[in-house]
Design a protein around this ligand. Sequence first.
Ligand SMILES: Cc1ncc(COP(=O)(O)O)c(C=O)c1O
Length: 442
Amino acid sequence: MIENSQAVRGGEPSRERAMAGGMSTDRAVVAGTKTALRSEAEIRSHFPALDRMHGGELVAYFDGPGGTQVPRAVGDAMTSYLYEHNANTYWEYPSSAETDAAIMASREALADFFNATSEEIAFGANMTTLTFHLARAIGRRLSAGDEIVVTELDHHANIAPWTALARERNIGIRSVRLIPNTGQLDWDHLEQQITPRTRVLAIGAASNALGTITDVRRAGELAHAVGALVFVDAVHYAAHAPIDVKLWDCDFAACSAYKFYGPHIGMLYGKRDRLAELDVPKLEPAPDNSPDRMETGTQNHEGIVGAGAAVDWIASIAPGMGNRRPRIVSAFQGLHARSQPLFADLWEALSALPRLRIFGPPPNAPRTHTVSFVVDGVPAVEVVRSLARRGIFATHGDFYATTIIERLGQTKHGVVRAGLACYTTDDEVNRLIAGVEEIASR
Ligand SMILES: Cc1ncc(COP(=O)(O)O)c(C=O)c1O
């Protein structure tokens, strides 16, 4: 099994060799931490997309919150699977056994990513689809009078599946208020919304529109105290900090690999007993063990392989830090510490511009390095078009975090969003600042 998995996935060992041999061994020690990280230049050398030119400039990608770029190791692992090991699962010939092993190896990688076990990781099309699927399964056991608590700070992928359920089964929905000035949840209101009728708390670990990180453990304790299940949307969080379902003590959590340097595929964590007791719609002859029972139909094998490779690639940023899980944690901590001064500079420079309004918590609050803003008098779409002409790719709109944008009073034009990723440089941040400054001064 293990031998197969190493061969199939383009091999963690060979990727490890590439990291150790093919790349420079110098490491950047991040100020304030003991983490030895691969240098910025070394990290950037893994991303073919960073060679792209536009408007006479190298492209600076600030669109990570919508989807990050992909390191070569991820593409290679997917291609290797498709060209050398492609088959369907659970049959008695080598490529099928290799496929089983590859999927298992990726489950194990994702288990390290969530701090869970491999039986607790299910794959699916994306977070939205998995969440609809989970909500339907949970809903089969709910009845009129039960309540679900959602929040205004969430992406609608963590609202619509629950409101759909509420409509279908006559269940009450309560929504926790966002405080627009701080970009944080109103905790007093959260406490009031959780009642003995609450059956599910659906909450986000980090906001894809504002970058706010929410203390999901604290919220989960309140929900568990009344016997409710806790579902965490970790999509935005997953690109910026190590998910820790043990620390969060949540029942379910979901994310998507395309936000953390992987392909377009989603994954769901479910506590072992919770997954086992779900009343999932499934084909009679399909496996009923967890996590397979959550996975309807033939899976995206190459996407699963790519997701595992993305986790290994993240772990490889902090070499020599022990097993994969501690390397993942160190990589995220180190990357966060490295980009903190860049983000603080960006925040300060943008905040100083007279026609610019910036949203969300300040840089020293618990937050990701994703910023949203508007330039008064210039629709968000015009701002990003103008930036794109300079080779700076940023996103605009509501990012399906529609309620946040409403509460900020920006429904008409949406906002501009720029996110820092592991490949973002000081120079790129300066180009972004100069670009926005120029647009705001017109
Ligand atoms: C915070 C958050 N939740 C959920 C989603 C939906 O994820 P997916 O595209 O995998 O369905 C996104 C996508 O942008 C997101 O940022």
